[in-house]
Design a binder for this molecule. Structure first.
Ligand SMILES: Nc1ncnc2c1ncn2[C@@H]1O[C@H](COP(=O)(O)OP(=O)(O)OP(=O)(O)O)[C@@H](O)[C@H]1O
Ligand SMILES: [Mg+2]
Length: 494
């Protein structure tokens, strides 16, 4: 069970307690003098120390034991034994970090209960340390995938600013990893042991968001039946993550500005302010400059938030990262039926690299999750990818002439493959007719055809957004109307 160090100057007591604890299955190291006990504390790493507070009347040995115990890594839990009625010294010991105290004469029932509680406390503490370590590992930089130069810049920035208290504004389209970055900032700062508190500013109506963020006093409004701490206070010592900051109602923007300036919050219905020590990380997937122009976002708040901006590139601008991300999302997945790890065919990977990814890394993660569920024999094929990607393959192949000989991959594809994916990605397999019957699976097209398809999708999206207005669409796309017409006719021709 547990390793227990026992120290008391009364030999009979030490013998009795040792016997009792051993009968309960513990390993006991009994001592009646101070120095050998201290050596064992260091060398034998006990889980629990039970020590008399006074070995003689002149010196509080128990407090020295406590001090030494706390300096160990991991520190054992300490229970002190005090003389009957010396509650003051017991309190002192508890203040110095003792877990509990037992009064002499010892009652064996009480001892047993106290030891049990101390050991389960021990387990909880080590579990907590373990969980925190896991959490930290999860948000280490190596869990944010990206070798592209744009992502490398992001990593450098996170490293430089994580441990500062500056406000950070994380920018990027939906699914690019903004929350991941916010967490990496928190878990790589000295605030990591305090809470990380995320709140999505678009998820609540104005008055609820206000009391959520800043708290309220009982009776401040109908329904405020008790006092409530706001999230700023909950995050004290840690980080608050204000997601979708662009949607924050103007009244709350003013309040937030004051919190950022004065570092104190006032609850709704309260006149006194409470100071808070919170690091603010905000994120948005829309242009705040545009909101400022529209008059829905305060310019002064923008400057306060934009002290250090970190911009996450959309996935389509860092295509080189796609194989790594795919590998990352497949890495720990084992097929329960075959017991083997998943692989992906080259064609499927090429298709993944050619997609426009409007939902960015989240969309890719979901696509891999889906493919892993659907695939056979632990290999992800084109037919396991989401329909939108398969359509891309189908359309591309229908308007492209590729010379295909039975059993060998088309030349154009090989060139494309090799230039895009040097074989550092070990989990890619060549998809050949033998690996899977090509049921309804069309060969992958040349790069220019993929690009044209992407362009077509983009033009269609622009047209859909502008309600079919070609003038507006051309303006949004930053091309002339003539170019837009030309591109549309190209698409129609194919
Ligand atoms: N670089 C990356 N490496 C590994 N996983 C990533 C990366 N970027 C994003 N992800 C994963 O993609 C998913 C979406 O990321 P996240 O929630 O951080 O995006 P977001 O930018 O906050 O999106 P939204 O704007 O929609 O809230 C998460 O599951 C995240 O773990
Ligand atoms: Mg998010």
């Amino acid at each position: 069970m547990a390793k227990i160090l026992l120290l008391d100057d009364e030999l009979t007591m030490v013998q009795m307690v040792s016997e009792f604890l051993r009968a309960d299955g513990h390993e006991v190291m009994p001592f009646t003098s101070f120095n050998p006990a201290m050596e064992a504390l260091e060398s034998a790493a006990p889980d629990l120390v039970i020590t008399d507070l006074y070995l003689d009347k002149t010196r509080a040995h128990g407090l020295e034991v406590l001090q030494k115990a706390r300096a160990q890594n991991p520190p054992p839990t300490v229970i002190v034994i005090t003389a009957f009625g010396s509650i003051d010294t017991a309190v002192e010991a508890m203040k110095s970090g003792a877990y509990d105290y037992l009064e002499k004469p010892l009652k064996l029932d009480g001892l047993k209960f106290c030891v049990q509680r101390a050991l389960s406390y021990n387990d909880a503490v080590s579990e907590n340390i373990y969980l925190r370590k896991q959490l930290k590992k999860k948000y280490q930089f190596n869990q944010i995938i990206g070798t592209s130069s744009k992502m490398q810049e992001v990593f450098k920035m996170i490293e430089r600013v994580a441990d500062s208290d500056s406000t950070i504004l994380v920018l990027g389209e939906s699914g690019t990893g903004k929350e991941l970055v916010a967490k990496a900032l928190h878990y790589n700062s000295r605030r990591q042991f305090a809470p990380f508190v995320p709140i999505n500013c678009s998820a609540l109506p104005e008055n609820l968001l206000e009391s959520e963020l800043f708290g309220h006093r009982k009776g401040a409004f109908t329904g405020a039946i008790t006092d409530k701490k706001g999230l700023f206070q909950e995050a004290d010592g840690g980080t608050i993550f204000l997601d979708e900051i662009g949607t924050m109602p103007p009244v709350l923007q003013s309040r937030l500005l004051r919190v950022l300036q004065e570092r104190e919050v006032r609850r709704v219905g309260d006149n006194t302010a409470v100071s808070v020590n919170v690091r603010v990380v905000a994120a948005t997937n829309e242009s705040l400059e545009k909101r400022i122009k529209e008059g829905t976002f305060r310019e002064d708040l923008f400057y306060r938030l934009n002290v250090i901006p970190i911009t996450l590139p959309p996935l389509r601008e860092r295509v080189d990262d796609i194989p790594l991300l795919v590998s990352h999302f497949m890495r720990d997945k084992i097929n329960p039926r075959t017991g083997s790890r998943y692989q992906i065919t080259r064609q499927a990977m090429e298709l993944l690299s050619a997609h426009y990814w409007p939902g960015n890394v989240r969309e890719l993660e979901n696509a891999i999750e889906r493919a892993v569920t659907l695939c056979e024999e632990s290999t992800l094929h084109v037919s396991d990818l989401p329909p939108v990607l398969q359509n891309l393959a189908a359309t591309a192949s229908s308007d492209t002439v590729i010379e295909t000989r039975e059993g060998t991959p088309p030349q154009s594809m090989m060139v494309l493959s090799d230039s895009l994916y040097p074989l550092r990605f070990t989990e890619i397999q060549q998809e050949s007719p033998e690996t899977k019957p090509a049921q309804g699976e069309k060969p992958v097209a040349a790069l220019k055809d993929f690009l044209r398809l992407q362009e077509q999708g983009y033009l269609n999206r622009a047209l859909a957004q502008t309600g079919g207005d070609k003038d507006k669409a051309a303006e949004v796309l930053g091309i002339s109307l003539a170019t837009l017409y030309r591109k549309l006719s190209e698409v129609e021709e194919t």
